[in-house]
Design a protein around this ligand. Structure first.
Ligand code: ZN
Length: 347
């Protein structure tokens, strides 16, 4: 029997204070070498247990082994200079980040996420989701000194990264991962480019995968720069309207989107006909814990536009910059709300 409204998370979870600096998007690790590896493993297991205890149906590694969801991948790519990071405005200059530079042809140095994926797989019988950055978002989080100016260079670089992502994704599938999700917040920023070539680059990254594939598109973590940006977007956020039709036609099976407390008109979910929809029922920009009733209400709203058997309950985005206590309480609210929705909307 398949369960209605499976509960899952977008991806990241807070790092414990003994692993890394807390409540930061680019935290410094607290140890190095074997000690760091052990700390990452401990944190991964801790969060798998916590997700199971909270009642989630699909769990992940909480991205405990990577400093940041994009740079964690880039660190294993040859052709990138991490020694000379430069300041770059990312997400269309919404905020500045210190980013490494692409200086030569790109090649994987080896496996990127084998350690944490295999560890997670060995320690849970739940469905396991693993996240990777999407090609367009990578291109927006790295400086280029190799592929050339303008959109042509960006497209070339995106497809080069897509090939590397595909290698790692196929290996993750072989590790026993059930769902591979690519995170593409850039799709909500570069709307035309996302529809023109971003989705194609994403499909290249997912090529040949037989496990479930997903894409997560959001309005970012609950950091101040994102909160300020959202305040400029007006009463109706229609960004999804541009890219959803292209995604509906794509080979990607699941789309994770923001819903609760966002200004996204819920009817835009109708544009994802034929896809599983991971509805954001948990706000990551607020420490206020949702009630199960609120979560079930959001699911009820989404049910007007998404078939019952295609609806998943998810967080709006990753929980990385939050406190552990808040994140834990939010995971519990998510699972309890999904359970309540099962009672409410069973038939
Ligand atoms: Zn997100």
């Amino acid at each position: 029997m398949t369960i209605l409204f499976p509960a899952t998370l977008a991806g990241s979870l807070p790092k414990p204070a003994w692993l890394a600096e807390t409540q930061k998007l680019w935290p410094q690790w607290k140890s190095q070498g074997d000690e760091l590896l052990q700390a990452k493993a401990d944190a991964t297991l801790l969060w798998i247990k916590a997700q199971e205890d909270a009642g989630l149906d699909i769990v992940g590694d909480g991205e405990q082994s990577r400093q940041h969801f994009v740079h964690g991948f880039l660190e294993q790519v040859e052709g990138i200079d991490f020694e000379h990071k430069v300041k770059m405005g990312i997400r269309n200059n919404r905020y500045d980040a210190m980013v490494p530079q692409v200086v030569a042809p790109l090649r994987l140095k080896g496996r990127v996420h084998a350690f944490e994926a295999q560890l997670a797989r060995a320690h849970t019988k739940k469905k396991l989701k693993f996240t990777l950055p999407g090609p367009m978002t990578i291109v927006d989080t790295v400086a280029d000194r190799f592929y050339g100016e303008g959109e042509e260079g960006r497209i070339k670089m995106a497809f080069a990264f897509a090939e590397l992502l595909n290698q790692e994704a196929l290996a993750l599938q072989a590790d026993g991962v059930d769902i591979i999700q690519f995170d593409e917040p850039a799709f909500n920023v570069y709307l035309k480019e996302a529809a023109d070539w971003g989705v194609k680059a994403l499909e290249r990254a997912a090529q040949g995968l037989t496990c479930t594939t997903a894409v997560h598109i959001c309005y970012g973590y609950g950091i101040q720069a994102n909160v300020d940006w959202k305040n400029t977007l007006g009463d109706e956020w229609r960004q999804y309207e541009q890219v959803f039709p292209a995604l509906a036609k794509s080979s990607i099976r699941q789309v994770s989107l923001e819903c609760f407390h966002s200004h996204v008109p819920p009817e835009l979910m109708k544009l994802l006909d034929g896809k599983d929809v991971l509805v954001g029922v948990i706000d990551v920009a607020s420490d206020v814990i949702e009630t199960p009733e609120q979560v079930a209400d959001t699911i009820g709203t989404a049910l007007q536009f998404v078939p019952k058997n295609r609806l998943f309950a998810c967080t709006n985005c990753g929980l990385a910059p939050m406190s552990r206590e808040v994140a834990m309480a939010k995971l519990e609210a998510l699972a309890k709300g999904a359970a309540l929705a099962r009672q409410r909307y069973a038939d």
